[in-house]
Structure formats: C-alpha cells, structure tokens
Design a protein around this ligand. Structure first.
Ligand SMILES: *Cc1c(COP(=O)(O)O)cnc(C)c1O
Length: 205
C-alpha cells in the first residue's frame, strides 16, 4: 500500500471521489488505508464484500462493482452495499428491486467501449433504460452511471466521452455520479468529466 500516491491523487483532484478497489489486496492493506481516513472501498464478488464488511470494519462504505449473478442477489441485498455500481440493465434491476426491503443507491453500467466481453447497457439504449429503472424500480435509487474505459487506447477517450454525454443528459433526472477511470486511465477519465474513480493496482501495488 502506497500512501503517497493516494495523497497525491486526492490532493490533485479534490472534487473527485476515490473508491479504493480492494479485490486483489490483503486485509492488512485495506486496514492501513482505512486508518488514514479513507472510507470508500469496492469489491467485485459478493462473498468477498460480505466477509470483508464483517471482518474488517463496519464503518467502511463498500461498493459493489462486479457482475451480479442471479443466485447472488440475496447476498448482495444482505451485504447492504453503500453503492451498487454495476447494474447492467432493467431486467437485473427489476430482479433486485423485487427482493429489496430497503432503498439501495445504484448506478447503471454502460458498455461505452462496445467491447463484446464487457457487461453493461449499450450507449444507444442507456438513457431509456435509466429512465425505465428510475420509474419502475422504486427500491432502487438510481443516481448515475459507471463505465470501464476501452482497453484499446485509441478508443478510451471516446468511451469516456460517450458515457459522460449520457450522464450529462440524465442530470435532469437525478444523475449525480459519473464513475469512470481506473489505475491506467483515471486522469483521462477526469478530463472527460468523471467525478468518481475506482483505483486498485495503483493504490495497493
Ligand atoms: C478491478 C476493477 C477496478 C480497478 O482496477 P485497477 O486497474 O486495479 O485500478 C475498477 N473498476 C472495476 C469495475 C474493476 O473490476
């Protein structure tokens, strides 16, 4: 864990929320960053989120950023994440919504890189899907979008810009969070309007 890099990024971008992605790091490193005052972490497996929430600290806000299989929905709900960033479409939103017994903040994941192996709604449908979830899933509090930048460097910027455009249109429908940018591309993502970055490798290497 590298506190200097964490502070450098935090000071350089005071208006951007840093989410520490702890999926590949040790519990010790999570505790170190938490002891420095950092409170927002993310996991991509429901069972890891449940365990870490139980064992590390109840004061940490955990985000869920992974693919959600249907048979893990009940555990996701049980884990009470502070933000579910990876809602991929209305069908999944509806499944979660039906079983929720509290209000869950969430983001719609957009596949703005158009890469076939990535999950998320395509850019053409994203705003309609956002509004449909917003109108029909009353236990979900949909407050923005998440995307993963295109791996092909020639298209990374475009994928962020496309996601930002949708976010910008959805601002009048309550969108407040545009979650884009990981260790390799967070600076570009911020230039394109991101206000939430998800950093793993760069913080914990
Ligand atoms: C793993 C992961 C990250 C963090 O990736 P790094 O390259 O380690 O910063 C961010 N977002 C999602 C959705 C992830 O799965």
């Amino acid at each position: 864990m590298n506190p200097k890099i964490y502070y450098d990024i935090k000071n350089k971008y005071p208006d951007v929320r840093i989410i520490a992605v702890s999926k590949y790091t040790s519990d010790e490193n999570i505790k170190t960053l938490f002891s420095l005052g950092h409170k927002e972490f993310a996991e991509n497996k429901v069972q890891d989120l449940l365990r870490k929430k139980e064992e590390i600290s109840k004061e940490i806000s955990w985000h869920f950023i992974g693919n959600l299989q249907k048979n893990k929905i009940n555990n996701l709900i049980k884990s009470k994440p502070s933000l579910w960033q990876s809602c991929t479409d209305f069908t999944l939103a509806n499944e979660v919504n039906k079983r929720l017994n509290y209000k869950l903040d969430c983001l719609l994941q957009i596949n703005s890189s158009c890469e076939v192996n990535k999950s998320g709604i395509n850019t053409q449908q994203a705003l309609d899907e956002y509004l449909k979830i917003k109108n029909e899933c009353n236990n979900l509090n949909l407050i923005g979008f998440m995307c993963i930048g295109a791996i092909d460097k020639n298209y990374t910027q475009k994928s962020f810009e496309d996601c930002y455009k949708i976010y910008d249109k959805a601002k009048k429908y309550g969108a407040k969070i545009c979650s884009m940018g990981m260790s390799s591309d967070y600076e570009l993502a911020i230039k394109c309007g991101s206000n939430m970055i998800r950093l793993g490798t760069i913080l914990f290497k």
